[in-house]
Design a protein around this ligand. Structure first.
Ligand SMILES: [Zn+2]
Ligand SMILES: [Zn+2]
Length: 438
């Protein structure tokens, strides 16, 4: 990372505005504190919608900086408002939740926390998606913008969102009056750390950036019986297997090849014993797309295929598979508006130097950040990536991300100081641009 910094510093003297060096220096001075906050958050991860300690700690930080802070918005959500004269309203969001994973990074401040999810299942807990870097940069940005109050005009709405991993936090905050109890934004901004970029490199995807994510359950009925007498049964394992196979044609044969789509059967459960033909099988699918039209086509296709295969297997009408999708867990696709994404590409390119800013392809992961724009599509919205893979690791793998730990891996250990410093700088620069003093 160090050579990149040097390169950027050299390029900056030519291209960046005068105060860029000051900003970088101020952030560097904040880094020891931001890193100790980061290590603390990393050591004390909390599962989705249970972010009690985290939210209380960060709400206190925002209060110290002079924000008007409201806690418990949509569960454990925090809204920190700073009104600073006329101008646009800018929302900056960080998410707070960790994942049910046992950390295996070997870091000295690795999490040893175990906790029970709301389902009652206990597991290790780890910030394996890097939301701890998001929160640390959120605090870093709040600090800078509070200190630079004389250089911007408008309203800042800085929010900490619970439950991103379960796809429910953004909705919970919106339903709890995020846009009615607090100033409604014209701009929404966030970042996510990235395993698929070297540390300190910013990635921006104009247009669709992340996918629609649906969780689909298929309950396949059969007629159970003795394994020795299959002719007296209707075997749901054979039927469910056919369904799984035919589902593969949804993307390969029915979907327009120009339209991204994924249908993955992630779970297949049936039966108890060698010689019993079970009377049901259960499938769990993740289904991904960008547009509402493709989403609908996939969901209806799953229903049709399950039904068709059951008819072919001779199941009567009252034993047709039950297909359902979990509307509550649905995450809509994330769209970076062209204007905001284009402006950020230009702005970050000038500020950090072209070597540290790149256009990145869209991915099939999901993010409920999408909901802040979907609640009012006139909102300019952008979530960008900040690379977290240490440069030497990146080089050793020759940039082949299949050889590197991904987000949600128990081995994911981003170069946190670089991510936090870069993200703080980028969020601050973008905020100062949106809230320009005219
Ligand atoms: Zn995640
Ligand atoms: Zn995440």
């Amino acid at each position: 990372m160090r050579d990149l910094w040097l390169f950027a510093a050299a390029a900056m003297t030519l291209a960046a505005p005068l105060d860029a060096a000051d900003l970088r220096q101020a952030i560097a001075a904040d880094m020891p504190q931001l890193m100790s906050l980061y290590r603390d958050l990393h050591q004390h991860p909390e599962l989705s919608m249970q972010e009690l300690r985290t939210s209380a700690k960060l709400a206190a930080e925002a209060r110290k900086l002079g924000f008007d802070v409201t806690e418990k918005v949509g569960g454990t959500g925090v809204v920190a408002v700073m009104k600073n004269g006329p101008g646009p309203v800018l929302l900056i969001r960080a998410d707070m939740d960790a994942l049910p994973l046992e950390e295996q990074t070997g870091l000295p401040f690795a999490s040893k926390v175990r906790a029970a999810a709301r389902s009652g299942v206990e597991s290790g807990v780890m910030h394996a998606c890097g939301h701890d870097t998001h929160m640390s940069a959120w605090v870093g940005t709040a600090r800078r913008l509070a200190a630079l109050k004389g250089q911007w005009s408008g309203t800042l709405v800085m929010i900490l969102q619970p439950g991103e991993e379960t796809g429910e936090g953004a909705r919970a905050m919106l339903e709890d009056g995020l846009y009615t109890r607090f100033p409604k934004p014209q701009y929404a901004l966030a970042f996510h750390d990235a395993a698929a970029l070297p540390a300190g490199v910013i990635g921006i995807t104009p247009g669709y950036a992340l996918a629609n994510v649906d969780s689909v359950d298929v309950l396949v009925h059969g007629v159970g019986g003795h394994g020795a007498y299959p002719h007296t049964t209707r075997d749901p394992i054979v039927l469910a297997s056919r369904i799984v196979t035919t589902l593969q044609t949804l993307v390969s044969r029915e979907n327009d090849p120009q339209e991204p789509a994924v249908v993955t059967v992630g779970s297949f459960h049936a039966g108890t014993k060698h010689n019993i033909i079970s009377d049901e099988a259960r499938l769990q699918l993740t289904v991904r797309s960008y547009t509402p039209e493709v989403r609908q086509q996939l969901l209806e296709g799953i229903k049709r295929i399950a039904r068709g295969e059951a008819i072919a297997a001779g199941l009567p009408e009252d034993k047709i598979p039950e297909v359902s999708w979990r509307e509550k867990e649905y995450t809509p696709s994330t769209f970076n508006t062209e204007k905001f994404a284009g402006r950020a590409l230009e702005l970050f390119g000038n500020h950090f130097g072209a070597d540290r800013v790149t256009k990145t392809p869209a991915v099939m992961g999901g993010e409920d950040f999408s909901r802040y724009r979907l609640a009012d599509p006139s909102i300019e919205s952008l979530i960008f990536w900040v690379g977290g893979t240490p440069l030497d690791t990146w080089k050793a793998a020759e940039g082949n991300t299949q050889k590197l730990p991904s987000l949600h891996s128990p081995f994911w250990a981003p170069e946190a100081d670089t991510v936090i410093a870069t993200a703080t700088e980028a969020l601050t620069v973008a905020a100062l641009d949106v809230l320009k003093r005219l």
